[in-house]
Design a binder for this molecule. Structure first.
Ligand SMILES: Cc1cc2nc3c(=O)[nH]c(=O)nc-3n(C[C@H](O)[C@H](O)[C@H](O)COP(=O)(O)OP(=O)(O)OC[C@H]3O[C@@H](n4cnc5c(N)ncnc54)[C@H](O)[C@@H]3O)c2cc1C
Ligand code: FES
Length: 282
């Protein structure tokens, strides 16, 4: 890993499209049920142009509690963006210390963040169907992707959306996006009884399809095995990140290549990858 080129941390933050903003104003922070929440952040008007560079699959490194400046920022995907209002939304799940702190933040509070980071999903060629496959909170970047696909003149994509139980699905929230939702729950409490990969197999996925996915590693592994006929399987990977800008090498994953050449940093080279080129490790 040490032979990877050293990145200049300042250069990443100061690159034209990426901004470190200290005054992102929380305008909404509400529960959607099941430990899932919606956070809306308003960008200062003088920095609103940063939103032009927000695309599905890119992410923000957000400080969840300004009272704890020494805690690492946390990565979150953009679930939607409203350039006119100067806002973006994060769909997040309370899982640990920092997301618990985030859930307690009141509207009007300022948070700091670095955005937009990473690469986004590609848009498939015209006439190539797209199918979105999301596990739990992994649906977040796929919601923005659906919005972008429809804005690019493509039909509303199918979203195979899986959770352990019905409260993981937040269907009311998801219904606000241009997707045809096909739900699946492990316990059968809503939609297909089983996981989302089994649902994909049951529904059949045409061989010329572009698959876009985000979710837990076991789900992504099964997808690769079950959809060998897909033209492309792009996935947003959710590695634990410390810096988010290619400086700490904490988010390295391996491709099928050899030696140092095979290493990729999820924050810098991803988080969106061609899933069939990545060695997924649980
Ligand atoms: C590119 C990217 C986009 C993301 N987008 C979203 C999003 O839109 N919404 C959302 O809710 N979460 C998202 N995540 C995950 C989110 O960053 C973590 O849930 C968050 O950092 C947890 O912080 P915490 O302090 O609450 O939990 P911690 O106390 O740090 O960890 C609690 C538990 O969550 C696990 N965990 C921590 N970080 C991750 C991670 N990155 N992936 C998987 N498990 C993790 C830990 O191993 C531990 O078991 C994204 C992650 C990445 C890398
Ligand atoms: S999180 Fe530091 S290099 Fe990716």
């Amino acid at each position: 890993m040490s032979s990877l080129p050293v990145r200049n941390q300042r250069a990443v933050i100061e690159s034209a499209a990426v901004k470190a903003l200290s005054e992102l104003t929380v305008t909404v922070n509400r529960s959607l049920g099941g430990g899932l929440r919606l956070l809306t952040l308003k960008v200062p008007s003088e920095d609103a142009s940063v939103l032009e560079h927000v695309h599905a699959g890119r992410f923000v490194m957000l400080r969840c509690d300004e009272a704890e400046p020494f805690k690492f920022r946390r990565p979150f995907s953009f679930a939607s963006v409203n350039a006119q209002a100067g806002t973006f939304d994060i769909y997040y799940k309370v899982v640990g210390d920092q997301t618990r702190k985030l859930a307690d933040i009141a509207p009007g509070t300022h948070l700091s963040g670095v955005l937009p980071l990473g690469s986004g999903f590609t848009i498939p060629p015209p006439d190539t169907p797209a199918i979105l496959i999301g596990g739990g909170v992994g649906v977040a970047p796929l919601l923005l992707l659906a919005t972008e696909l429809v804005a690019a003149g493509r039909p509303r994509p199918r979203l195979l959306f899986g959770g352990r139980t019905s409260t993981d699905l937040t269907l009311e929230y998801v219904s606000g996006f241009p997707v045809e939702v096909h739900p699946a729950t492990d316990d059968g409490s809503h939609g297909f009884h089983g996981n989302v990969v089994e649902l994909a197999a049951l529904e059949g996925v045409a061989k010329d399809v572009y698959v876009y996915a985000c979710g837990p590693v076991p789900m992504l592994k099964s997808l690769v095995e079950m959809l060998p006929q897909a033209v492309s399987i792009e996935a947003s990977l959710e590695e634990v990140m410390a810096c988010g800008i290619g400086a700490c090498y904490g988010c390295a994953v391996r491709t099928d290549g050899l030696g140092a050449e095979s290493m990729r940093l999820v924050c810098r080279d991803g988080p969106v990858f061609d899933l069939r080129q990545i060695r997924l490790e649980e």
